[in-house]
Design a protein around this ligand. Structure first.
Ligand code: PEP
Ligand code: MG
Length: 757
């Protein structure tokens, strides 16, 4: 080996290995032959295979060069010695003087003390480490990059032999607990609270390569070329359809895909891998492992981000090669699933079956992104902004999600699992305490009655109305029902749906918000606009409603029909000027008149209002207030427009604070205006569901707030321990401060006054 390349080419080695693998004889015997062939081909004095056994133990299974009696005797833990280190980090080692490495652990039974140089690579199956392949030489030398690549290719072939379950049973392989690496803890951000224990599932599953050695290289080449052609065509098609859609960021990603799908370096490497004797699938996996290793060393976050693009592209190429399409989301969910994705839209989340889903981990996302809002409504904990999460897990790994603290534990030890079981029990106790509060009045210590409402949008939410003891539904997001359908629901279907909502709510009032799509809420069947640079500021919500009056009309008609004989509350989203509200109200009035003229039953009472989430509208309140029955502040959008700070951008999560003098002064101005005009005011953004923020809102004068159902208990507990006048006085002083946030001061206030947060 010291002379450079091995005696034969990788292609000949692969051919030889194919003969051995196809041959007769017990699998272990074939493994012994394999190590002999590799040693001879690579001019190595030693070639050994260690395989993973239950309990994360690596056991020597075959060797050429070490003492034969060490086979099945030499064993080490993952993380122990050089072999254990390769398994723990799933990365190769290439050492000229292995014995001087701090991780070297001497095993006398092997007789390895005379070998100085060592090169080892993990044997990976579907991304999991199932063993380690090592070659050793007496002389002190560093193996070349070509040699390392050849050894990695051979490791793929071995993975096929081992993964067949004939050497270590499949049963045992699957029991090897999270055998990729050691336990790992990653940090992210809480997007929806809660704690969960479950099994990792990839939102976009990886594909297991079944066959690694090519029988017919020209055939594999043509398969590869065909798959690349299909991939390029698919990316072009996606780009075409996105041209008409309302997304900016997704388009950038697709443009990047297109560039990579034509990247010469990538294509050359794929062809070389097939040339060396691999099947097309194995070539894709092989090149991707390389790309990943190379790119993981890059520090630049933008370039590292591109690794995810390459991973995704390789995945798509494998899909084309296997002739498969992505399977329906919920078909693949085990019980107690924790879903991992780089990013996900709310509609994709709704595709999964709720009962099996325990938690979600995203590499991107922010607390007011709609996937987080939907997850919160469903009571699913979410960690977002969790860099590297997707690459760090293997499907089937056990994980603990502590969303409250933004901690993700991958393959946790028993101690961590026990601690979380205890934590879950504590939570159950807390829930029981909130349940006991259910029938207690939502009245502060100083006597203010606060109306607590829930935000809803799915039929499952309605059950919580009763359970949480809420006063009503302060925000019914009608678009969620539109997002789970393949086409625009007709009036009849909508009427039926709204009737069910009103039936279930009974005497409790429901505020229906008309369709609020656009931004991060896309309807696949409503792709009318140009690609938008800034979808949050784009053609969305009431703007679509007014430009496509037939859509709005059909929804208003359905609402009127559903509410025949009962109360109907309707509000419009994203209203920016009084004229928009006036137009929307006119459309509503015309529908009502039409119904009246045709002799249909009308609602008993109608109240029309608007969301206040665009700052401009606040400066028209004197003109607006005489026209509306109520106003509901949408603090999620308001915050992003007030601070010019994208609500979905993970990098901006902590940049500005809702509890800033600016936001709170703005809200106080709105409270004052509504009070003077005698117009009902509420707030239905995510801030209403956090006890400290809710405390500030009550201090500012809000007497009605709406939140996800799970927040009613904690917010009620808070307000029942709050005396409002001292807080209102204190807040008045605070608003003039130059501070960026009043959070710390409000927390101290709560602590000093015994307010339960
Ligand atoms: C808001 O913007 O605060 C709001 C309640 O609406 P959505 O989150 O659906 O945009
Ligand atoms: Mg909004």
């Amino acid at each position: 080996m010291a002379e450079g390349r091995g005696a034969t080419s990788p292609r000949m080695l692969l051919r030889r290995l194919r003969e051995v693998m196809a041959g007769t004889g017990a699998p272990e015997q074939r493994l012994a032959t394999v190590v002999r062939v590799i040693a001879a081909n690579m001019v190595a004095e030693v070639c050994s295979v260690y395989l993973m056994r239950a309990g994360d133990i690596l056991e020597l299974f075959a060797t050429e060069g070490l003492k034969p009696e060490a086979v099945h005797v030499t064993r080490m833990r993952v993380g122990e010695g050089l072999v254990g280190d390769i398994a723990a980090h799933a990365r190769p080692l290439n050492l000229a003087d292995a014995q001087s490495h701090p991780q070297f652990a001497y095993r006398p039974e092997t007789g390895e003390e005379i070998y100085h140089s060592l090169m080892g690579v993990p044997i990976l199956r579907g991304g999991r480490v199932i063993g380690v392949l090592v070659v050793q030489n007496r002389t002190r030398r560093r193996y070349s990059d070509e040699e390392l690549e050849a050894l990695e290719t051979v490791a793929m072939v071995l993975a096929e032999l081992v993964g067949s379950g004939q050497i270590v049973s499949n049963d045992e392989l699957s029991k090897v607990d999270g055998n990729a690496t050691l336990p790992l803890r990653l940090e992210g951000r809480m997007l929806a609270e809660g704690v969960a224990l479950g099994v990792a599932v990839l939102h976009e599953p990886r594909i297991l390569v079944q066959k690694t050695i090519a029988e017919d290289i020209p055939f594999e080449k043509s398969r590869l070329e065909e798959a690349i052609r299909a991939l390029r065509a698919a990316v072009d098609r996606m780009l075409d359809s996105f041209d008409k859609a309302m997304v900016g960021e997704s388009r950038d990603i697709l443009e990047a895909y297109k560039m990579f799908a034509h990247d010469r370096g990538w294509l050359v490497r794929l062809h070389e891998a097939v040339e060396s004797g691999l099947t097309a699938e194995a070539a894709v996996e092989r090149v991707q492992t390389d790309t990943r290793q190379r790119m993981q060393a890059i520090v630049d976050p933008y370039l590292r981000e591109r690794l995810a693009d390459f991973d995704d592209l390789a995945h798509r190429l494998l899909l084309h090669l296997s002739g498969r399409t992505a399977t329906a989301a919920s078909e693949r969910l085990p019980d107690a699933a924790v879903l991992f994705a780089r990013t996900m839209g709310p509609a994709e989340l709704l595709d999964y079956e709720r009962p099996r889903l325990r938690a979600i981990v995203l590499e991107e996302g922010s607390p007011t992104s709609h996937v987080a809002i939907v997850a919160r409504a469903l009571g699913i904990p979410v960690i977002g902004h969790c860099e590297g999460a997707v690459a760090s897990i293997e499907p089937g790994d056990r994980v603990v999600v502590d969303a409250d603290h933004g901690h993700l534990y991958i393959r946790p030890g028993v101690d961590v699992v026990q601690a979380f079981r205890a934590n879950l029990a504590l939570r159950a106790e807390r829930q029981a305490k909130y349940a006991a509060l259910r029938d207690e009045p939502a009245v502060t210590l100083s006597g203010e009655r606060i109306s607590l409402n829930i935000n809803a949008g799915l039929l499952v939410d309605l059950a919580y109305l009763e359970e949480a003891g809420a006063d009503g539904i302060g925000l019914y997001r009608t678009e969620l029902q539109f997002m789970v359908r393949a086409s625009f629901p007709r009036v009849g279907v909508q009427t039926e749906l709204y009737t069910r909502v009103l039936d279930q709510a009974g005497a409790r009032p429901v505020i229906f918000r008309t369709l609020d799509v656009g931004g991060d809420k896309l309807l696949p069947y409503l792709r009318d606009g140009e690609t938008e640079e800034n979808p949050a500021l784009g053609w969305r919500a009431i703007r679509i409603g007014l430009d496509r009056p037939a859509l709005l009309r059909s929804q208003l008609r359905a609402l009127l029909q559903a509410a025949a004989g009962r109360d109907l509350n309707v509000m419009f989203p994203m209203v920016a000027e009084v004229a928009e509200f006036a137009k929307a109200r006119d459309i509503f009035e015309r529908e009502r008149q039409r119904m009246e003229e045709s002799g249909k039953a009308l609602p008993r009472r109608v109240r029309l209002g608007t969301m206040l989430e665009v700052p401009a509208l606040a400066w028209q309140l004197p003109a607006l207030l005489p026209l509306v029955d109520f106003i509901s502040v949408g603090s999620n959008d308001l915050m992003q427009f007030l601070f010019a700070s994208d609500r979905g951008n993970a990098r901006l999560i902590d940049r500005y604070d809702l509890l800033s003098p600016a936001m709170l002064s703005f809200l106080r101005w709105v409270v004052g205006q509504c009070e003077a005009a005698g117009v009902d005011l509420s707030l239905c953004g995510e801030m209403a569901g956090r006890p400290l923020e809710a405390m500030a809102l009550i201090g500012l004068g809000f007497r009605s707030i709406s939140m996800h159902a799970g927040a009613i208990g904690p917010v009620k507990e808070m307000l029942r321990s709050l005396s409002v006048p001292p807080l209102a006085a204190y807040l008045s002083e605070l608003l003039a401060l130059p501070d960026r946030s009043l959070r710390g001061r409000l927390q101290s206030f709560a602590k000093d006054r015994g307010v339960i947060l």
